[in-house]
Design a protein around this ligand. Structure first.
Ligand SMILES: [Zn+2]
Length: 226
């Protein structure tokens, strides 16, 4: 009986990598059991990498005289999605606001502020409507203002749209993205609504951005620009 117990102990020691049989030989420090791979948040800004340029050319970045690629930065930003999971998103912005955005998104992440997704508009073929319909947060897209000839601040990478489905662009005649009309009524309370009490609003304002939610003729609740 006793022999069997000792035998079991030896076997279990061997299985566990136990060093009890090494006598007086100094044991090496035992490696800690590998913890569950911890999520390491990332908040980086760098010149547009070649692979990202390939994705952008002819999509968000057509041939143009307005902005050079060297004025843009590629950001990787950790965020917490609507299901509470940590994710890493991609965003392209003007180098003039790269530090602001890194600080703002770090603040949002630390507060576990929910963001649906942060993907380049190129993943949506440069189609702003498609990106908004997917509730995607984005920044740079070389395009004109909605329904106008003038370039949008997005064309310079100086505007960011956050959770656009719950925070649509509202004209008296039309709500964009289509399907988001229910979120045009800002007297109503619902999750992910940006208003002046909202952390996202407060962080962007603290960094000198203006908010489209207080524009007069149209309201663009998703939109912050500098
Ligand atoms: Zn916008």
């Amino acid at each position: 009986m006793e022999k069997k117990v000792i035998g079991l102990l030896v076997v279990s020691c061997l299985l566990a990598g136990c060093r009890c049989r090494q006598g007086s030989v100094p044991a090496e420090p035992v490696q800690p059991v590998a913890a569950e791979a911890a999520f390491v948040p990332v908040f980086s800004a760098e010149p547009i990498p070649a692979a990202v340029e390939t994705r952008m050319r002819g999509v968000s970045y057509p041939e143009n005289a307005g902005i050079s690629l060297s004025d843009l930065r590629y950001l990787r930003l950790s965020y917490v999605d609507f299901e509470g999971h940590e994710q890493v998103g991609e965003l392209v912005c003007n180098k003039a606001i790269a530090d602001d955005l890194v600080a703002i998104f770090r603040g949002l992440y630390e507060a576990r502020y929910p963001i649906r997704s942060i993907r380049l508009i190129d993943d949506f073929g440069g189609d702003d409507e498609a990106s908004m319909a997917a509730d995607n947060t984005s920044c740079f897209n070389y395009r004109k203002k909605t329904g106008m000839r003038e370039l949008s601040k997005h064309a310079l990478g100086l505007a960011v749209d956050i959770n656009p489905f719950e925070n649509p662009y509202v004209r008296p005649s039309r709500v964009r993205p289509s399907g988001a009309s229910a979120f045009a009524d800002r007297a109503r309370d619902f999750p992910h609504k940006i208003d002046e009490e909202d952390l996202c609003y407060q962080l962007f304002r603290a960094h000198g951005f203006s908010w489209g939610g207080t524009w007069r003729s149209v309201q663009d609740y998703q939109h912050f620009e500098k």
